[in-house]
Write a protein that binds this ligand. Structure first.
Ligand code: ATP
Length: 225
């Protein structure tokens, strides 16, 4: 993992077409911080996450990522865009995934070992050679977490990571998030379950009032959500 910098938004405006989704947003995600991004449906959480990943253009303002390169940023998209009909095994998704390797680059023994260890970490040991189309939604989300583990990113962006996931899997995936936090990575997760946010996320950014400067005080932010 490369050094983890602060990620700072300066007066950011995000639009879809002519429609302003978020405006005048300024604030800092401190290095190694663990933040829940909350807010009503349509408030712009996914759009902001994509902008943080460099995948949505800014209509105004600036995001300072402290020199992070695209490969230092992992985005686990909502209802991942991976085509599950594609014939590929769990181990291959994990080893080939992330932004460090294109599918046609060689995967070395170290990378395969890292993929197996990551699958083990998410409770899928023994399922390395299972086709992803034969997985349940919760098992597939575990595979995507394993893929994110292998990526060794400094900034990890998770969009509703517990949707369609049962309580045991949520608990396991939360422990992976805690590992990332303990390792000093910056983690930002879009979530709707405010009780889960209160229990597990030290900081909260509510997009309901996301115009102006935010200070991610958990209580104030949650009251506004
Ligand atoms: N591709 C798009 N083209 C036009 N408008 C879009 C597009 N994607 C999202 N929007 C609009 O932008 C607004 C913000 O959407 P976004 O998905 O960022 O919200 P969200 O807070 O993540 O919502 P949810 O909680 O429902 O996932 C919504 O009003 C949505 O309709």
């Amino acid at each position: 993992m490369t050094a983890v910098p602060a990620v700072t938004l300066h007066n950011v405006e995000l639009r879809h077409g002519a429609r302003v989704i978020v405006s005048g947003l300024s604030g800092t995600f401190a290095p190694g911080s663990l933040t829940a991004l909350v807010g009503a449906n349509g408030s712009g959480k996914t759009t902001l996450l994509r902008a943080l990943a460099g995948l949505h253009p800014l209509a105004a303002g600036r995001i300072d990522r402290g020199g992070l390169r695209p490969r230092d940023i992992a985005l686990l998209a909502q209802g991942s865009h991976l085509d599950r009909a594609f014939p590929i095994t769990c181990e291959e998704v994990v080893a080939l995934g992330g932004s460090r390797l294109g599918p046609f680059r060689a995967v070395d023994a170290k990378r395969w070992a890292a993929a197996r260890a990551a699958l083990d970490r998410v409770g899928l040991a023994g399922m390395e050679h299972r086709q992803i189309q034969a997985l349940s939604a919760g098992q597939f989300q575990r595979v995507l977490f394993a893929r994110t583990i292998v990526q060794e990113a400094s900034l990890i962006l998770l969009d509703e990571p517990f949707t369609a996931v049962d309580a045991a899997t949520t608990c396991l995936l939360l422990s992976v998030i805690r590992d990332w936090h303990a390792q000093g990575r910056t983690v930002i997760a879009v979530l709707h379950d405010l009780e889960l946010v209160r229990r597990h996320f030290p900081r909260t950014l509510s997009l309901t009032d996301a115009t102006g400067t935010w200070d991610v005080l958990p209580d104030r932010a949650l009251q506004a959500a």
